[in-house]
Design a protein around this ligand. Structure first.
Ligand SMILES: Cc1cc2nc3c(=O)[nH]c(=O)nc-3n(C[C@H](O)[C@H](O)[C@H](O)COP(=O)(O)O)c2cc1C
Length: 218
């Protein structure tokens, strides 16, 4: 009888679906990201736009969580959240962040390191308006990342807001909610290969359009 720990240690997957070389990678990491994203979508991966977002707080404690990629604008990766949440506070302290996509079915991982900035109020407004009514109400009601004494408090607040707004489409975007855009400075494309000899191609830049490309060891 194996313990769970022994069982976990024996889980093994060999990767052999595809390869990535310097030529295939091209010279533009955002173009390669778009190609891989479309291929992930075609593969019907669920939550294809889900990404891990890592931030660091004032005590240098890292925090990681999933958020949804909601746009590729102006060479950056856009997501929406509560500006007063833990991640919002972290980004106010240090706007250097990391993003990670793991598209298991394609045996691919993309790591992105860059700087996060708030998107314009116009862009946040436009995206907020496009969200379903319930999500807009939820964004107003939820003090994301703060302790709440009971779920009822949240649900009562939602009921109050529902009464206040009815089915009114004009629910305003709260000031504490909006988007960030992450401008990449470094992107690593990882393609799983057999016997753990994976392909890893890195792009690094000091400024826009000046990408240096190199391979690193698996
Ligand atoms: C699949 C998935 C998608 C999510 N998308 C978002 C998102 O786009 N924005 C967001 O604020 N939280 C999203 N969350 C919730 C976050 O992971 C997290 O719980 C929340 O943002 C609070 O994080 P924080 O306390 O570190 O700020 C998502 C969670 C999952 C599992």
């Amino acid at each position: 009888m194996h313990t769970l720990s022994q069982h976990i240690a024996q889980i093994r997957e060999d990767y052999s679906l595809a390869t990535l070389d310097e030529h295939l990678a091209g010279d533009d990491p955002l173009a390669l990201f778009e190609k891989w994203f479309r291929e992930a979508e075609i593969s019907e991966i669920t939550d294809v736009n889900a990404m891990s977002l890592a931030t660091v707080d004032a005590s240098l404690q890292p925090h990681v969580r999933t958020v949804l990629l909601k746009g590729l604008e102006d060479g950056g990766f856009v997501f929406y959240t509560n500006y007063e949440s833990t991640k919002g506070q972290d980004i106010s302290f240090c706007n250097k962040v990391s993003l990670l996509f793991f598209w298991k079915e394609l045996q691919r991982q993309v790591r992105i390191e860059g700087v996060a900035e708030r998107v314009t109020a116009d862009l946040s407004d436009a995206y907020f308006r496009s969200r379903p009514f319930g999500s807009r109400i939820g964004a107003i009601a939820s003090p994301q990342s703060r302790e709440i004494a009971a779920r009822d408090i949240l649900e009562n607040r939602i009921q109050e807001l529902l009464k206040q707004y009815g089915e009114d489409d004009a629910v305003p975007r709260p000031a504490h909610w909006g988007g960030y855009i992450v401008y990449p400075r470094k992107m690593e494309f990882w393609q799983g290969r057999s016997s753990r000899l994976h392909d890893r191609i890195v792009f690094e830049s000091d400024g826009p359009q000046a990408w240096k490309k190199y391979r690193i060891a698996p």
